[in-house]
Every structure is written in C-alpha cells, then in structure tokens.
Design a protein around this ligand. Structure first.
Ligand code: KMH
Ligand code: ZN
Length: 275
C-alpha cells in the first residue's frame, strides 16, 4: 500500500497578483482564511510567501512572524513552510531574513534558472550552501526545490560534502518558462534520480498542475497545488480559491486509493524534528 498523500498548498506566491486571480491573498486576514480553508480541504503544509497588504512580496521577518502566528492561532497543527526563494531579484541576505523566525520548515532552492522574459531566479552554489548552513544551524527542515535535473545533481554533491543533511525531501517544480517541462517522462527521470530513502512532492506550474499531480499520486509521491503555481481550476476557468485546487487533488487521490496525510502524519513521514 502506498503512503498517505501529503498535500501542500502554495497559497500566495510572490509573482501572481489579484489581477491574475482575485482570490490571491495579500492581507494577513486573507492569508489566514486561505490557509484555513486549504487545511479543511486536506492540505497539511502551507507554502507561504509573505506580502504586504498592497500585494508587494516581502521576506521581512516581522511580517512573516505575524502571518505565521495568525495562521497557527487559527490552525495550530498546520505546518507552515516559508519561502526562502522570495521574489525574483531579491538578494540572498534579503531572502534569508525570514529564517530569523526559526520556521518549522522552509524551501531550499537548488539552482538557477530563467524565469521568462529577462528574469533570472539566481541560486548559485554558494547561495545554496549559505541557505543550507543557516537552516542546519537553526534546525529548520528543508524542502529542496528542483526545477530541472541539474538541480538534483547539485544536491547529490552537497549531500556528499555533508552540507545537505537530515531527511531528504524534494519538490520538483516543473513547467516554469525556462525550466524543465512537467511531462510524465520528465517526472520519471527526476524521481529515478533521487537518493534512496528520500521523499518528493511535485508542483506543476500552469497547465501542468493537475497532470503532474496525477503522475505523482499514481507513483506514490506527494503534491503541491495553489494559486502561486496555477490560477485555473480547469482550462480557461479561474479557480475560486486555493481550497478548490486542494479539493480537486483530494478527489484525484480517491481514484488511486491514496488517503490524505494529516499534519501529524506528515511530520512523521518527513521525519521532522529529527535534525
Ligand atoms: N518566487 C520564485 C522566484 C520558493 O518559494 O522557494 C521563487 C519561489 C521558490 O517561489
Ligand atoms: Zn514559492
């Protein structure tokens, strides 16, 4: 029998706006509501980008502290995974400010890639080492975001050097303009490149969100959905909420007899707190 399914909901993002979909949360109240609804639908992890009330993304520790506290006041058992990726163009010092709140979990972006147009999401090897060292020091569980196969190879080198350690949990973020696509063959290639004993989730961008999710559910992996990654519930129809995207995954999971993991079960499966 396959493991229970861990659903992550990427509620806010840094690049998507209310002009793209009015359900994108900006204010703290909107973030709490989005997180709570996603949790009620079956999400055990919230992937969070802080924003100010006007939608501007920020990595400011005080803003994060307030949002995380407000979410946890409403849903004490939820896992809040903060972003250390921030928005394209932020420096690593700016991006890492959020780590000062000692989050339970955070992303570790494992390589550079084009992000469409003139944008480049920069993660040099030294950046990755910087973030990994900081998270190791603070005991923060990381989810390694890999946008293509070279990023997995980078993690393998850093694991050998003892820089990346603890339980290895990956996220394949596929379908970014400039990154690897999210076809089934891409997914299989990445999945088979992982070290033994690791776990993984997938985040399909745009039209890949649900097809990639289905590959992962079928093969025993985990899934991330949310307005950060995709704003449509089906072709041409805007999602009403983050919750609606999570519900679609829960329905899909039933088809493959995958039960949904609670936050407590997620912590056990990802061996959190063992660092
Ligand atoms: N906003 C992207 C540039 C992460 O959260 O760690 C980076 C991102 C990755 O979303
Ligand atoms: Zn993100």
């Amino acid at each position: 029998m396959m493991d229970k399914l861990i659903i992550t909901c990427a509620i806010s993002g840094a690049e998507v706006t209310k002009e793209h979909n009015p359900a994108v949360p900006y204010t703290i109240d909107e973030m709490v509501e989005a997180a709570h609804q996603a949790y009620l639908a079956g999400a055990s992890i919230i992937h969070l980008h802080a924003r100010y009330d006007d939608g501007k993304p920020t990595q400011n520790k005080d803003r994060y502290r307030e949002i995380v506290k407000s979410i946890k006041d409403k849903c004490p058992e939820l896992i809040v995974q903060v972003s250390t990726g921030g928005a394209v163009g932020m420096s690593r010092e700016e991006r890492s400010d959020v780590l000062n709140i000692k989050p339970e979990m955070a992303t570790l972006d494992c390589g550079t890639l084009n992000f469409g147009g003139d944008e480049i999401f920069i993660n040099t090897e030294n950046d990755i080492i910087y973030f990994a060292n900081k998270m190791n020091e603070l005991g923060v569980m990381y989810e390694m975001e890999c946008f293509e196969k070279g990023h997995i190879d980078t993690t393998l080198r850093l694991i050998k050097k003892g820089i990346i350690k603890g339980h290895l949990h990956y996220s394949f973020v596929l379908g970014v303009n400039g990154g690897m696509t999210g076809e089934e063959r891409d997914f299989i290639f990445l999945k088979e490149s992982l070290p033994a004993g690791s776990t993984y989730s997938v985040a399909g961008i745009g039209r890949y969100e649900f097809t990639l999710a289905e590959h992962s559910i079928k093969h025993g992996g985990h899934v991330r959905v949310g307005l950060e990654d995709n704003i449509y519930i089906e072709k041409g129809v805007l999602a009403k909420s983050n919750r609606e995207l999570v519900e679609k995954i829960v329905t899909m999971a039933k088809k493959y007899n995958r039960e949904i993991a609670t936050p407590k079960e997620t912590r056990q499966m990802l061996k959190m707190g063992e660092k």
